[in-house]
Ligand binder design. Sequence first.
Ligand code: C2E
Ligand code: CA
Ligand code: CA
Length: 263
Amino acid sequence: MNMLNEDVTFYDLKEAVRNKEFIMYYQPQINIKTMKVCSVEALLRWKSKKFGAILPPYFISMLEETEKIKEVGKFVLEEACNELNMLENLKYNNLSMAVNISGKQLEDESFLNFVENVVKDKKVRTDYLSFELTERILISPTKPIVQSFNGIRNLGIKIYIDDYGIKNSSLDYLRQFAFDGIKIDKSFVSGITNSQKEFIIAKNIVDLANELDIDSIAEGVEKEEQVKYLKSIGCKKVQGFFFARPMDSKNLLKFLKNFEERG
Ligand code: C2E
Ligand code: CA
Ligand code: CA
């Protein structure tokens, strides 16, 4: 897992796509008030025959550069929709599914059409589906990006800003686009209990979300104390290793069952 980006070649990626070496993991998101699982985030995993298990930071950017993200992104959305339908059939019908979408996908003019076809084909309840976009994508949006964004929302799919506040300081896009929620990056969550500064930043992000009447999800929650702080500032949802690591579909079902029984 401690492999460097440079070790992976375009050829390796092409082979991985061809050999279907990608699988989806799912990480639960918990409603802080009810302490029940309300959604899961779909996270891509590469089980490489050559390198072993590889995490997204080592290959997502290369998938984007080679345009292979379109093919893999198709797999991601289809798998996430299958999982959402399976959860519904197993009576986990109040769970939503969050899917990460890369800028490359959003600016592709055929993306909207593709999403429309997938959700129609799979008969997915679109109000239980959300897309996570990093703010980088929206700072200087092109026309296709704006069209995809609006089209996605018209389909009833929710849109969240991922990694909020870490790279860009522009708030203009918040005014320009209608979001359903903000994800507070783990870098702000990690210091929330012992740094006044990080507490204030996290509180400001949550206040902003609450005043805009949109959802807030804190990611990278690893300690119980962080949950308490996040609850005290009015954050709506939490996600992180404290509750569960990302896991495959089989383990997700086990987790959901245990979590339910724990009450
Ligand atoms: P992200 O969307 O911000 O996803 C959250 C990352 O934080 C995940 O890393 C997750 O495993 C990790 N994480 C969750 N809880 C904790 C915690 O308590 N502590 C710590 N230290 N980390 C935690 P992962 O799976 O390696 O994904 C990294 C990034 O790769 C994602 O960041 C996302 O931007 C991208 N990515 C993952 N899957 C996809 C995908 O299907 N499509 C696209 N376009 N991007 C993806
Ligand atoms: Ca995400
Ligand atoms: Ca994030």
